[in-house]
Design a protein around this ligand. Structure first.
Ligand code: MRU
Length: 378
């Protein structure tokens, strides 16, 4: 995506790799929308920490980060002993996989990289193949988002009001995004429409990241509180919902996505509003047989009990912080604790269609169409 910083407009990918430094290059998403900064991770553990601490987030983006992290870890190995190298790569894989549990993209990405490494007969060959495969995964991610944007764009017609949840945009992928891809494509086709961005508590990816992206792209939008969607739907002010997914079960059509997605799907069904999920192929889990088996990340309670932002005034809220300084404010009662599940699972009967790079399918059709959707027979 093109990013405007001051007077400069430059194209960036969300995730990249610096070969000379053997570093994964990431946009520090925790600082957005207030500051645009790139960071270089020093080693694979640092890369895993960037995923865990949400410097980088969004299923596709953490998939590409894990692919590059695996290549980074493989390239850091010194020596020619292939058995010791494999053991080291196993450890890199595990550390990166455990950084965040719900999204399947990191696992699919790293399995891809490992499969391509396996054809190398020496450590050096495998190291070369690892980086090549990681670049390939990142390029595929961009291509998939582009293709699903083409399939999804006809769903958006002139004057429509579209609701999206969390950030399934460019920042959640290497480029373009999934839920945003049909919007960007519809905009390129000259259509005018409006997007409602759910704020998406507790981390507010909708209010901060999606709103920032859409503003950069010049798409008309408003942020709404998470609780406002039902009201707007009831009044006929939302025509279409498009969200992303962290794991879509190919066998059942269940969709794990940011907490609150399920609520929006129930509301959309009640108001007969089409509810679509946009995914690249790396988001499909072909093995799991029930949505109840999807590991749901439980994050720290401080995210629910407070919020991060920029101090607006030296006085008032955020007292003691300078204007413009990033700060955490406590919202919850000091003696209370919180639960913080990061994701929920939407059943297939609430989903109108899954927008994929191969076309739009009913959730229950995924398994039947698995060959077109990249399923490799074991
Ligand atoms: O916790 P996050 O910010 O990583 O959650 C992101 C989402 O839930 C997105 O909607 C999801 O990753 C789908 S788009 C890649």
């Amino acid at each position: 995506m093109n990013v405007r910083t001051g007077r400069k407009v430059q194209h960036y990918r969300t995730v990249g790799f610096d070969e000379a430094k053997n570093a994964v290059v990431l946009i520090e998403q925790r600082l957005l929308p207030h500051e645009f900064q790139l960071i270089h991770t020093k080693n694979f553990r640092d890369t895993a920490a960037a995923i865990r601490d949400m410097v980088v987030r969004g299923a596709g983006a953490i998939g590409a980060t894990a692919a590059y992290g695996l290549a980074q870890g493989a390239r850091a190995f010194k020596g020619k002993d292939l058995a010791a190298f494999q053991k080291h790569v196993d450890e890199v894989f595990t550390v990166l996989k455990e950084a965040r549990p719900t999204a399947v993209d990191p696992v699919n990405a790293m399995l891809d990289v490992r499969a391509q490494m396996a054809a190398g007969t020496t450590v050096e060959e495998q190291q070369l193949r690892a980086l090549h495969a990681a670049h390939h995964f990142a390029d595929d991610d961009v291509e998939h988002c582009h293709a699903l944007g083409k399939h999804g764009a006809p769903l958006i017609t002139e004057g429509m009001r579209v609701l999206t949840h969390c950030n399934a945009g460019w920042l959640a992928f290497v480029d373009i995004g999934s839920a945003t891809a049909p919007m960007y494509e519809a905009q390129a086709q000259g259509k005018k429409f409006h997007v409602f961005c759910d704020e998406t508590r507790p981390r507010c990816q909708g209010a901060s990241l999606t709103a920032w992206e859409l503003a950069q792209q010049g798409i008309s939008h408003s942020v709404i509180a998470d609780n406002a969607a039902g009201h707007l739907m009831q009044r006929g002010e939302i025509d279409l919902v498009i969200v992303g997914s962290d794991r879509t079960l190919g066998r059942t059509g269940e969709v794990a996505n940011k907490i609150g997605t399920y609520t929006k799907a129930v509301l959309a069904k009640r108001h007969k509003i089409p509810f679509y999920v946009a995914i690249p192929l790396s988001t499909i889990d072909w093995d799991m047989r029930s949505g109840f088996d999807i590991p749901i990340e439980e994050r720290h309670e401080s995210e629910v009990l407070g919020a991060w932002g920029i101090a607006q005034s030296a006085k008032g809220e955020g007292r003691g912080t300078k204007k413009g300084q990033r700060t955490y404010v406590r919202i919850g009662n000091p003696d209370s604790h919180a639960r913080n599940p990061g994701f929920d699972v939407t059943p297939p009967d609430l989903i109108t269609g899954i927008i994929t790079p191969a076309g739009i399918f009913k959730p229950k059709e995924l398994w039947k169409r698995r060959k077109e959707l990249g399923y490799a027979e074991a």
